[in-house]
Design a protein around this ligand. Structure first.
Ligand SMILES: NC(=O)c1ccc[n+]([C@@H]2O[C@H](COP(=O)([O-])OP(=O)(O)OC[C@H]3O[C@@H](n4cnc5c(N)ncnc54)[C@H](OP(=O)(O)O)[C@@H]3O)[C@@H](O)[C@H]2O)c1
Length: 337
């Protein structure tokens, strides 16, 4: 399968390393032989119709800071979108999340699907802002749009709900969908003030470059809207999520909750067509009451009752593994047709 990667940062490079390490197993176990034919970052593009040498690509990105150094002559592309111009089966859209207008992700995804390519993205922006229309466009063009890594990083929250609970009807879900705020609240439980806990998260590299995206609940709200669309068939965007962040949570609130054997967590909820993200008191006995950077979501369904899935919500290699899962699913679906 020929792939184009747009965005070669933490997730993109982790994905390239993953397929390098697991090439023979991917072929022998899953029948997948991924060839990256083009790779794009902000400063350049590397193209090889026969497949890029991934070791060299990673090395050039490391030493030159851009994949553009792969071909010393430089590669001339026509005006317009690379997502349209490159001949491949699947485009991986791995650019930064932009929750204001979804760009450059939306344009890349639309251009790829319009030119008949399947798309895998880990970028929450396009889906949080335009899920229903992107899915319609995928159907219209008879291509697949997959996005497991947008929620839960490597933890298969979306697949769990969509596949393991197939045939059942999910009536609501609630959970912790942002590891950074969960880390900050966990540190506050240990006695650190909000600002100190946030600094600690930043020093450990687990906060977004713009920390308010986490602390004001935008990231969690984006994920709530994606899960609600995908597993409950709602047609909502991030703008429909009633959102309160954690900046107003005090050490006193946390202490009061502790006396009641509860903890304060940033909980996303979808219930009766309403979506919200708010600091909420949760019993320490509740399975979603996890600590540190963990994510946890409980799905309530008509017949199977409540099921909870817990796991690490981010990380380069974890998220790259979700891209690989989506790729295997696309390959399996193509060959079923
Ligand atoms: N890291 C995680 O743990 C994680 C987990 C779940 C989801 N995600 C999502 O995954 C996506 C990628 O995350 P990341 O951590 O890999 O980010 P990153 O390290 O910042 O990498 C982003 C990449 O996109 C490239 N890029 C930016 N704008 C571009 C444009 N207009 N055209 C082409 N390339 C462009 C950047 O180029 P340069 O290299 O030239 O700057 C960089 O290579 C984000 O949407 C993020 O929210 C990440």
């Amino acid at each position: 399968m020929r792939l184009t990667i747009i965005g070669f940062g933490i997730v993109g490079q982790s994905f390239a390393k993953l397929i390098l390490d697991r090439a023979s197993e991917l072929y022998s176990v899953y029948g997948v032989n991924p060839r990256i034919v083009a790779c794009v970052d902000t400063k350049g593009v590397a193209i090889s119709p026969g497949g890029l040498d991934l070791r060299r690509l990673l090395d050039i990105k490391k030493t030159k800071g851009t994949v553009g150094g792969y071909d010393p002559e430089g590669y001339k592309i026509r005006e317009g979108s690379i997502a349209e111009q490159i001949d491949c089966e699947v485009m991986l859209e791995l650019t930064p999340t932009n929750l204001q207008n979804g760009e450059p992700g939306i344009s890349n995804i639309v251009a790829a699907m319009r030119s008949g390519k399947h798309v895998i993205t880990v970028n929450k922006g396009p889906l949080a802002l335009a899920f229903p229309s992107l899915m319609e466009l995928a159907d219209y063009n008879n291509v697949m749009l997959r996005f497991s890594g947008t929620v839960g990083g490597g933890t298969p929250i979306l697949e769990f709900a969509k596949k393991c609970l197939k045939g059942d009807k999910i009536t609501s879900f609630k959970g912790i969908l942002n590891g950074t705020t969960n880390y900050i609240l966990t540190k506050m439980e240990e006695g650190l003030a909000f600002e100190t806990a946030l600094k600690d998260a930043q020093n450990r590299g687990i906060a977004e470059a713009l920390p308010h995206l986490d602390t004001d609940g935008y990231d969690a709200a984006a994920k709530v809207s994606i899960v609600a669309n995908w597993v409950m068939g709602m047609k909502k965007t991030i703008c429909d999520v009633d959102r309160i962040g954690i900046a107003g949570v005090t050490l006193k609130d946390i202490e009061e909750a502790r006396k009641r054997h509860n903890a304060i967590k940033l909980i996303g909820v979808a219930e009766q067509k309403k979506l919200s993200v708010k600091p909420t008191e949760v019993s320490k006995m509740d399975p979603i009451c996890v600590n540190g950077t963990l994510n946890a979501v409980t799905f309530s369904s008509e017949h199977s009752g409540q099921q909870t899935i817990i796991g690490r919500g981010a990380g380069g290699v974890e998220t790259a593994s979700s891209v690989l899962r989506d790729l295997i699913e696309i390959k399996n679906t193509i060959y079923e047709i």
